[in-house]
Design a protein around this ligand. Sequence first.
Ligand code: 0A1
Ligand code: ZN
Length: 879
Amino acid sequence: MKDGLSAKSIYRKDYMVYPWDINQLDLYFDIGSESTIVRAEMKFHLKDEEKATQDIVLNGSDLQLVSLSLNGRVLRGDDYTIDGETLTIPGAPVKSVLKTEVKIHPASNSALEGLYLSGAFLLTQCEAQGFRKITWFPDRPDVMTTYRVTMEAARSEFPVLLSNGNEEASGDLPAGRHWVRWHDPFPKPTYLFALVAGDLALVEDHFETRSGRDVVLRIYVEVENLDRCGHAMESLINAMHWDEERFDLEYDLDIYHVVATNDFNMGAMENKSLNIFNSKYVLARPDTATDADYQGIEGVIGHEYFHNWTGNRVTCRDWFELTLKEGLTVFRDEEFSADMQSRAVKRIRVIRDLRSRQFPEDDGPMAHPIRPDHYVEINNFYTATVYQKGATIIRMYHTLLGESGFQKGMKLYFERHDGQAVTCDDFLAAMADANGVNLDRFGRWYSQSGTPQVHISDHYDAATQKYTLTLKQHTPATRDQKSKKALVIPFAVGLLTTNGEDLPLQLENETDATGGTRLLVMEEAQQEYVFINIPEAPVPSLFRDYSAPVKVFYDYSPMQLATLIAYDSDAYVRWDAAQRMAQGAILEQCQRLADGKDMRLDSSLLMAFRGILSDRLADPALLAEAMILPDEDYLAEQMEVVDVDGIHVARKFIKKGLANDLASLFAKRYTELNDGQHYQKTPGAMAHRALKNVCLSYLLDTDAGESLAVAQLESSDNMTDTLAAINGLILVDSPMAGAALSEFEIKWKEDALVMDKWFTMQAIKPGPDTVNRVKELMQHPAFSIQNPNKVRSLIGVFAMLNPTGFHAADDSGYEFHADRVIELDGLNPQIAARMASAFNRWKRYDDDRKKLMKAQLQRIAVVDGLSGDVSEIINNALR
Ligand code: 0A1
Ligand code: ZN
């Protein structure tokens, strides 16, 4: 384990080329759960042949070294040095063959990095630096090698033996043992290596690529899950088609394997031809998985598949370049989902996610640009900034260059860099060169952290019929960077008449008016745009489709918001206007509460909701999104000092007020949508369920709600409706909630993924008592502190999604959570670090809570042998 105090930062500027090429790596595994023997043979070739010799430097961690030989000579203790995680063999000749043998212990690997045990099988996780826990090797993405992997094991215990690439040969061995050899023809970095060994069942299908290659698709799962693979397989086939059609990219091997495990630190992993997935992103049946789960599976299956080109064929030079593959691949998976489902709904969900997870990162102690300059532990940089903000930066290229310009850039990127490990600068250069444009200033998005603020003012001159928009951009200082520069900000605007029609747009220097949406590109700190022939004071529709990851400030009147909500042609603007109105109403009540005044419900919000509920034309899923009130954490972000309880009470007040005033409309819509039809997986059916269940959540704040929820629960044939009903009963503290939870538990107690939902429903219940329930639930047989999904669904949900529980004034939530961080750090530092980040925003709370959180942070900081992962988070938070 790394010692937090001595943990050192690594800097991007210190990058050095690895002096050796390693063209071939032969691995041999003698597989066993308690101990596995790994033999490696690697062929080194010095890049600079002018030199006669060079040190060979390798990475390794927790390896039991059995033997080492160089060019046929066994090395003794004084022929090499091992210092921490580094092994150095001094003065190796230009061509060298190194053979190693180590022993590792999968069953006692609770960090889930390297080779570890999950249920009845062994598997690997190597990104970012897990390969060093398997064998000695230069564990860095710019060393790309061809792998040949031979595995040997007892057939009864490990009937399935998988690795990357194609199966080359296999055979029987005495004493019930067998072996299989795999060969991956594509040179790859260590982080894409994978191995799976154990007792797994499979579902198989085929895909014929555009050029006629027949690809065998197999999903491996534990046998009881065979009936839950259909959606993942369908999503995979859709993703393969889509990448051919939209990006002109084909799959390049004859096999594509997906393996699902219950024990995984992240969502999934794109290992070449052997993806490993958290089972949450593979397994689904209508009665076990919600619509959100189905969409998550489609997105993550797509994401990992798309990595085959954006990540695997072209990979990252070093880990600072992580967003090169992740931002781009998230953009691709978002586009895939948008093309498969409703584009507008997908956009809104992406934007909501960016605001609620990434904006707080920019505003917190771990603020970093999408390409960080330094880190202590790279695992702490798999963040919403690198992924989701990274994807919005890619989306901005797309907005600026258009689909065909963007695709030209992609084509050039692959022409130049297929088979290489490159940087974000190379990507930017390909986009710029392919389109003959200069993107130098745009490149600032890679190095500057923080969420830019765009302050907009306007002026209408009736006499000249001119309308002037003035934009000022400003990026507040972040914890990592004080001074900020102006960024390139594309922004799309429309101007509406008070009747909600788009006005044709013509700028001062233009001869003709064109359509209703205009893309403007801001490059300076302040810019002015003058529209002419504007017959009336317009309602500005700003940042249509959310064309840049910024906070937009414009002093909308309630009338203007109402016009946008009712009429705007852009779904994002409609949704955002509704969110702004609701946010204003809730924060105003929060202030009134603090001032000792009575709360009240604003008539414009009521009118807007009445309009939304009566809208028969718009996609029901969009209407649902518009009526979901901003969550408590997002509201907290808008306050100088967070008023945990005030926000909770005010939000509840507004929700209840809307529910009761509009009860008959909610009931009407609910009844129409609750039409007794059987479950269907189509986007249309999902949209109906979304709106139906939003209506139900409001109705639960009226007298009619409880019986509707109970009836829905009884007749439900799918997990979406079931969860909506139980969650609703819990949130309104219905006496029916207990029975519903028990019945659910009895039905699903053997089902790991469904039980995650059961834990979450209870952990999320507001109020200071929930911590005690969470403690009890940790003793439940279905809970395990060693399992990341369990930790996330119970402990993570409590700390991150239950503000009135976690921030209970008596310290109970903080103390409990700090104990969990310490406990987890001894087991799984990556997960512990994620959990520790729940304290990141401690400085934004009142003095009492600040003091309590700081004390817990200090308590964690002095734990003996704290991991580098957790100490980086804690030290930054305390700094
Ligand atoms: N590359 C994966 C994410 C991933 C990262 C690290 C992991 O283990 C520590 C696992 C997966 C993706 O983007 O899907
Ligand atoms: Zn990824």
